[in-house]
Design a binder for this molecule. Sequence first.
Ligand code: GRF
Length: 192
Amino acid sequence: KNIVILISGGGSNMRALVEAAQREGWDKRWGARVSAVISNRADSAGLAWAQARGLTTAVLSHRDFASREAFDEALAALIDPHQPTLVLLAGFMRILTPGFVARYAGRLVNIHPSLLPAFTGLDTHRRAIEAGCAVAGATVHQVTAELDHGHILGQAVVPILPGDTPDALAARVLSQEHRLYPSVVARWLAGA
Ligand code: GRF
């Protein structure tokens, strides 16, 4: 079984997923391998890491396309040869079209840095602090056409501490994302 991961930036969640897959073994507990990492940005640090690791990588710049539909068609053309059992969004900062979402229905998963359904969209950590929340966290969920909605597959909760800045909270959440995402994927692959 193949997994395709889509990234835009640092790719630390992608790294956590690749390392879990390699540790758990594609022929053992995971039963799947990360067969491609695709970024919409050529300068994404995660892409360089994946290349150095010997993974198949591709860059598809959204700037080269006139519409979201055209970009998503080209993206699907890169993904489909892998016949992925899962397409994982890991810090992939593009809104996907309903057509793309439908094409991968049931096997398209995202991680979002808030406790959904609270704080969809951007700037989640600042908003959680300003709202006076006592906790924040991350959510792994199925992707539907509506942004940051879709069935919740798993969540991790972290405290918001007195004097927290958005950056400090983001770092605390991100380190939990690196545990959450691989564990949800492992559960999924095990058929739970
Ligand atoms: C993560 O916080 C993820 O939840 C959000 O963007 C960040 C990506 O970080 N969507 P990385 O690229 O995985 O390091």
